[in-house]
Design a protein around this ligand. Sequence first.
Ligand code: GDP
Ligand code: MG
Length: 441
Amino acid sequence: LSERLGGVFDRLTKQGALSEEDVATALREVRVALLEADVSLPVARDFVKAVQEKATGQAVTKSVTPGQQVVKIVHDALIDVLKGEGEPGALKIDNPPAPILMVGLQGSGKTTTTAKLAKRLTDREGKRVLMASLDVNRPAAMEQLAILGTQIGVDTLPIVKGEDPVAIAKRAKTQAGLGGYDVYMLDTAGRLHIDQELIAQAAAVRDVANPRETLLVVDGLTGQDAVNVATEFDDKIGVSGVVLTRMDGDGRGGAALSMRAVTGKPIKFVGLGEKMDAIETFEPERIAGRILGMGDIVALVEKAQETLELEQSERMMKRMAKGQFNMNDLKMQLEQMLKMGGMEGMMGMMPGMGKMAKQVQEAGFDDSILKRQIALIQSMTKKERANPQILQASRKKRIAAGAGLEVSELNKLLKMQRQMGDMMKKMGRMGKGGMLKQAMK
Ligand code: GDP
Ligand code: MG
């Protein structure tokens, strides 16, 4: 994606705000990238549309290109979609013994994940866990869980030949209660494809066990198909969370995005290998970077934004300490105020400005005024911004007309700039800006 977008972004060299066209051009490529990462088509389409609305008109940070900025916006939006409610790795396991039902297609990694989670709960939370295999179709599958149990030091329900899954689930429940276990995990059988028998079996087990968590285990490499599987399991059995396995592979992890967008179920864990500790809490940031394949650019944009803000406020502090305060400074202040929750919020944060905040409030000051004032400053020339005292009647008329506002409003702005300038001078004299520096902290 980096290379392809590079070409597009070279053309986007305009500074200022992101135009609709800038954003549309970049997003066409992002859409292709999402599809390549196995995100399903409708999900990719909806996602791009949402980002388009969000990104258009956003100011471009000067030290990065508009293209890079679009990527950052896309990245942030991806994280928003990927993030579910609640903590990713948290499981509802109060009221012992808490049943956890593991469902999914054959080979998705259910048995492995069951053991990995059991180990995690044992090691990290000191829980006593009992595991039971309900896979009566493949005797080897029951053996597999028993072997893993021995390996990680977690108990498994003794295997009884000829029992059906519902009977095993009942026995596990009884055993977990009698044995004083905190959690019992039911590892169900899978099929290569979803069929009615599989679903009916899982539903019957669900009805006996009444699981606190029903975790759907999905192969992260399967992409689009994963969404259909997830929808089907959720409709028929009800799923409380998803575990994406094989995220150690080459796949880009687009399944994660589709799954979140379509089912709305939280992704709780990701499997990162065959070893018993190869499981981690799902981290939206990591997957987002992987889906886009552009983690570096995102970091760069973040850094650029931080530095720019720091530079601006440092420069302004120096000027203010010297008692300099022209329209450029005022504009920066106004923009900051808008960003920080308006005039009141900002004044409230600065010591010694409480009185002014009150006046502001009484004057019925709101954000639309801030925006109008910024518009007025924008219609001034460079020279006028630096030396607002040169503004005579004709210039004032031109500026007001340029912003579509009255001269009286411009006069108010000029008065405000003078008053703030005076105040800055006074503050500047108090200990070489020491007070200002404190106020800005
Ligand atoms: P089940 O049929 O759903 O119970 O799947 P299994 O748990 O038996 O796993 C099938 C295969 O996938 C096994 O060889 C596992 O070692 C492997 N596997 C499971 N999870 C992961 C994972 O996160 N990464 C990798 N690389 N392999 C995994
Ligand atoms: Mg299995």
